[in-house]
Design a protein around this ligand. Structure first.
Ligand SMILES: [Zn+2]
Length: 207
């Protein structure tokens, strides 16, 4: 039994109930086990199904309340697509602040996923967006089948919060992130066809 690391922000109760990996990070519900250990880069497709079917939180696995929060990159706010189902607001904001990939822009995604594991469907922009958005709504996103996977069409948000390096992002940082990511989004859309769902897959909590 490992202990949570001390440099994490205060843990919401639902996060406290999650198992802890050997580095001291709580292991989100969606994380797949690879060779007997949690691999934060890989989601478990069965957990994805369970979240959609039973309206469970992607991060803690407990039942959602009235609000759904989607953790996305700025490009996903443009194409209104999330690669992941929603979370509780507390779980989503904890992820945006605590997750090493989301809170530290100099970290890049680790590729070379284990053989046989799944990346999310769609065309992904493999960059660290620096800025993470919380898209908060009371409506359910519409799941859309893409190949063998599912993406989520985001409904109108009630509010959007933005984070960078574990704090609120400034408007300059948000614009900078959009400007630098937009060419890649256009390229992804071209690759994906005229009505495709090119998705800036923002969030890999080293996830
Ligand atoms: Zn939760």
């Amino acid at each position: 039994m490992h202990k949570n690391r001390i440099d994490l922000p205060p843990l919401p109760d639902r996060i406290k109930r999650l198992p802890v990996d050997e580095r001291g990070y709580p292991v989100p519900f969606f994380v797949a086990s690879v060779n007997g250990a949690p691999d934060f880069r890989v989601f478990d497709p069965l957990k994805m199904q369970q979240c959609v079917r039973e309206r469970l939180c992607w991060v803690c696995g407990e039942i959602l309340g009235r609000y759904r929060s989607y953790v996305i990159g700025p490009m996903c706010a443009i194409n209104r697509i999330s690669a992941e189902p929603p979370s509780h607001y507390e779980c989503a904001s904890f992820s945006a602040i605590a997750c090493p990939f989301l809170s530290r822009p100099h970290m890049t995604r680790r590729d070379n996923l284990p053989e046989g594991t799944k990346a999310a469907p769609g065309v992904h922009i493999l960059r660290n967006p620096g800025v993470t958005l919380l898209w908060v709504t009371q409506q359910d996103a519409r799941p859309v089948r893409v190949g063998k996977g599912v993406l989520f069409e985001l409904p109108e948000p009630e509010r959007i919060e933005s984070f960078k390096q574990g704090r609120e992002a400034t408007s300059d940082e948000i614009y900078e992130s959009i400007e630098s990511g937009f060419p890649a989004l256009v390229k992804a859309a071209e690759l994906d066809g005229a009505d495709g769902l090119g998705c800036a897959w923002a969030c890999d909590p080293s996830r």
